[in-house]
Ligand binder design. Structure first.
Ligand code: BES
Ligand code: MN
Ligand code: ZN
Length: 503
């Protein structure tokens, strides 16, 4: 998608004029450059009783030069960034495909540049499809790029242009995360994820990617990751992302950890077949990490950031780990495996311990971790667990800023205790019942965040937050998210970008 900003010059193939409720007279600039006939048609439509700018109302006017869409935006004081973004996304989704792809948006009366930017951001985010495996090409227009020309008055142009540059750059990260999430598990397995990360880093001066392959994982004692992944012919790996690795070397910087189960069959504790295909998305935590690094890189972020993704395929086989096994972990603690389907927490155990070794300012992990969080929050919000209120508040705020809800959940000691009450190992990977399953999982993860001494010599855990994205990583046949049609959402790339770049 090619996005530009200008005055009211071109008329395009499709002209969108988004109008607030109560505007009864065509704003001055709305009809610039149109023929007399077209101009009269627009003016009469706007002043007619059939269109009053009510939210989601829409009128099309066909003229010789272009199709004009009058789009109702609703009341000005009710327009939020979210509403504007969703309007842009929905409007883009409804555009005719056979009318030409030069779109002009005329922002006139009462629009400010932030709301314009959100509107166009919605279009950019929605301009995504995962059709690389559809080999039969029946749409000629598919290969022609959309061109979006945003027209506004002189005083907004500079700010709008720079904001759109930034938002487009971030969107490349969101789209990359969706691409990775949507890849089927026979195409994207742990080693392939690692290969793509290395390929991505090539030719970029300020990024570094390192992959620890299966033999290296064994050598380093990353045994939890090894155990989860060893049942598959596609062996596990750990991928390290480093942005600006040579900067701020004495400063503590964030480390973002992602669960990367490229397919979760459940392993020996195998899942039922209904919806099992969706478990190709069980690596969305790692996809978000990868997408975040792309977004940070593309926006030219100048700080140092670390990322770690724990990649494995959870499969049943003669070589798979079993229920009842006691496995070693990188931390030295042992895990009693009561359910091989609780594999995400196992691989994160090694990832979190490794992240702790980097002495980070804080650790955030992202994981499609539990069905339980979907029961609690549906597809509306990500579950946010943290041992640090100030970190938790910051994440919540960053989420609010970009309209990805991160909802605080409690780390209740009773559930944590369930996880540390194995009769034969240090921790167990399943709690004592169904209730509070997402909190149980968080309580498990907490065992693998290291403590460190502060300046006064007191020990406390590294600030850490766990984001359970099981409900927000994918859209399957629901319309919970205007900026995504189907499949992976690219969730939290925008939130974490906001969090990191705002600090
Ligand atoms: N990947 C699943 C969680 C999940 C469920 C993600 C639905 C997306 C949508 C995870 O590995 C899992 O299987 N969790 C189990 C844990 C249980 C066995 C303790 C669950 O939530 O049922
Ligand atoms: Mn599982
Ligand atoms: Zn899983």
């Amino acid at each position: 998608m090619n996005v530009s900003v200008s005055g009211y010059l071109e008329t395009g193939n499709i002209m969108i004029i988004p109008l607030f409720q109560g505007i009864e007279k065509a704003p001055n600039n709305s009809t610039k450059g149109l023929t007399r006939a077209a101009s009269i048609a627009v003016k009469s439509a706007i002043s007619s009783d059939n269109f009053d700018g009510e939210e989601k109302s829409q009128i099309s006017i066909w003229t010789k030069e272009c199709q004009i869409i009058l789009l109702g935006v609703g009341q000005n004081d009710k327009l939020s960034h979210k509403k504007s973004r969703d309007l842009g996304a929905t409007c883009f989704n409804n555009l005719p495909e056979n009318q030409g792809k030069n779109v002009v948006i005329r922002f006139t009366k009462e629009w400010n540049y932030e709301n314009m930017a959100s509107f166009v951001e919605g279009m950019i985010l929605r301009n995504y499809s995962f059709d690389k495996y559809q080999k039969i090409d029946d749409k000629v227009e598919k290969n022609i790029e959309w061109s979006i020309n945003c027209q506004t008055t002189e005083r907004y142009r500079k700010d709008l242009r720079s904001e759109l540059d930034r938002l487009s750059a971030i969107a490349t990260g969101v789209h990359l995360a969706r691409d990775l999430g949507n890849e089927p598990a026979n195409r994207l397995y742990p080693e392939e994820f690692g290969r793509r990360a290395i390929e991505w880093a090539q030719g970029k001066k300020n990024v570094e990617v390192e992959v620890w392959d299966y033999p290296r994982l064994i050598k380093e004692g990353m045994n939890a990751l090894v155990e989860v992944g060893k049942g598959s012919i596609h062996k596990p790996c750990m991928v390290f992302f480093r942005l600006n690795p040579d900067l701020d070397v004495n400063k503590q910087v964030p480390c973002i950890v992602g669960k990367g189960i490229t397919f979760d069959s459940g392993g020996i504790s195998i899942k039922g077949s209904a919806g099992m295909d969706e478990m190709k998305l069980d690596m969305h935590g790692s996809a978000t990490v990868f997408g975040l690094f792309q977004a940070l890189y593309a926006t030219g972020y100048e700080g140092r950031v670390n990322g770690i993704t724990c990649m494995a395929e959870n499969m049943p086989s003669g070589e798979a780990y079993r229920p009842g096994d006691v496995i070693d972990t990188y931390s030295g603690k042992t895990i009693e495996v009561l359910n091989t389907d609780a594999e995400g927490r196992n691989v994160l155990a090694d990832g979190l311990w490794k992240a702790s070794e980097l002495n980070p300012s804080y650790i955030i992990d992202l994981a499609t971790l539990t069905g339980s969080i979907v029961v609690a929050l549906g597809h509306e919000a990500t579950g946010l667990f943290s041992n640090d209120n100030s970190l938790s508040d910051k994440i919540k705020k960053a989420g609010e800023d970009v309209d990805e809800i991160c909802w605080p959940m409690p780390l209740l000691p009773a559930f944590e205790k369930q996880m540390t009450s194995s009769k034969i190992a240090d921790v167990r990977n399943q709690g004592k019942g169904r209730w509070g399953g997402a909190i149980q999982a968080a309580g498990f993860l907490k065992q693998f965040v290291q403590e460190r001494e502060d300046i006064s010599g007191e020990k406390s855990q590294i600030p850490w937050a766990h984001l359970d994205i099981a409900g927000t990583a994918g859209i399957w046949g629901s319309d919970a998210n205007a900026t995504v049609s189907h499949g992976a959402t690219g969730i939290l790339v925008r939130t974490l970008h906001r969090l990191i770049t705002k600090d």
